[in-house]
Design a protein around this ligand. Structure first.
Ligand SMILES: CCCCCCCCC/C=C/C(=O)SCCNC(=O)CCNC(=O)[C@H](O)C(C)(C)COP(=O)(O)OP(=O)(O)OC[C@H]1O[C@@H](n2cnc3c(N)ncnc32)[C@H](O)[C@@H]1OP(=O)(O)O
Ligand SMILES: NC(=O)C1=CN([C@@H]2O[C@H](COP(=O)(O)OP(=O)(O)OC[C@H]3O[C@@H](n4cnc5c(N)ncnc54)[C@H](OP(=O)(O)O)[C@@H]3O)[C@@H](O)[C@H]2O)C=CC1
Length: 246
């Protein structure tokens, strides 16, 4: 996502808890586009003080911060009845609380300065369908969906736009373990009307649109990019086998 934003001309601060992976991302972007486009700043989004320090540093590096993408997430597949209170908290604190800490801190700064800005939250279609096997993450994403719509309306009149993307399956990050198995990959793709997995750059392009001035009148909206997956193939899946079909 950071690389694609930089290809489109942005300057980006990439954040996370692990210094090495951030530095690796910056190195890749430097290698492709030259130095000075991407910077690494560590943060733990669960901790409001860490978030405030990250935003201070980002402002130093970029001059002004115009946009925020809330991408941090965590999950592990588990039967709901086996999930401990600590396990539920661990995921909700990253996804829901983390999104709130980053959005509220930067939103306050933008409002106090009387300037606009754009937030894009990273959801998934299961924020509204639910997701058996990952109740912690689905609950947190559902909360972020409500936050997106709430702040989208609450801040729209003051130039702060809050929107979201809802990507489908991407063979990256938290799901590469699934897409790496050929049989699981085939079953995943079979369920997707578009007939393929989503490319990470396509999610980045959708987020870039919501961050851009082309989307100045878009507020509290979710842009779904899942090849029709959440709609399912419906009857079309069986069309060739239907009796009496011409
Ligand atoms: C099915 C369809 C899929 C379909 C999958 C579909 C995915 C689609 C799209 C979504 C993709 C993503 O979000 S991908 C993002 C994936 N990325 C990541 O997960 C990277 C970051 N992850 C993490 O940091 C960790 O995995 C996470 C547990 C979330 C947070 O780490 P912490 O260090 O805070 O947590 P810990 O201290 O280790 O543990 C806290 C509590 O959680 C419990 N816990 C931790 N791991 C556990 C595990 N594997 N199984 C049970 N319980 C676990 C511990 O026992 C603790 O509970 P107590 O003992 O009770 O205290
Ligand atoms: N992959 C997919 O198919 C899909 C992904 N998504 C969403 O896309 C986003 C990215 O997912 P994906 O790339 O797969 O996952 P990754 O696990 O690769 O990325 C998650 C990122 O969150 C960071 N992170 C986790 N906890 C914290 C924390 N406490 N503070 C700061 N950063 C943190 C991790 O860095 P570090 O551990 O170093 O802190 C990591 O860079 C997520 O919001 C996910 O829900 C949505 C639909 C599908």
């Amino acid at each position: 996502m950071a690389a694609e934003f930089c290809r489109l001309g942005a300057r980006v601060v990439v954040c996370g808890r692990t210094r090495e992976s951030l530095d690796e991302t910056v190195r890749r972007i430097d290698g492709e586009l030259g130095e000075g486009r991407a910077f690494a700043v560590t943060v733990d989004v669960r901790d409001p003080e860490s978030v405030a320090a990250m935003l201070d540093r980002a402002a130093d590096l970029l001059g002004e911060v115009d946009g925020l993408v809330n991408n941090a997430s965590g999950l592990f597949p588990i039967d709901a009845e086996k999930l401990t209170p600590g396990g539920f908290d661990a995921v909700v604190r990253i996804v829901l609380n983390g999104t709130w800490h980053c959005t509220s801190e930067l939103g306050r700064r933008w409002l106090a300065a009387g300037r606009g800005g754009a937030v894009v939250n990273v959801l998934t279609p299961y924020a509204w369908t639910g997701a058996p096997g990952i109740v912690h993450n689905a609950s947190a994403k559902g909360g972020v969906l409500a936050m997106t719509r709430t702040l989208g309306a609450e801040w729209a009149g003051r130039g702060v736009r809050v929107n979201a993307v809802a990507p489908g399956w991407m063979p990256v990050g938290g799901t590469d373990f699934l897409a790496g198995d050929p049989e699981i990959r085939r079953r995943l793709i079979d369920a997707i009307p578009a007939g393929r997995l989503l490319r990470a750059e396509e999610t980045a392009r959708a987020a870039a649109y919501l961050l851009s001035d082309d989307a100045t009148y878009v507020a509290g909206e979710v842009l779904t990019i899942d090849g029709g997956h959440h709609l399912s193939k419906g009857l079309y899946e069986f069309m060739d086998e239907l009796p009496g079909r011409r």
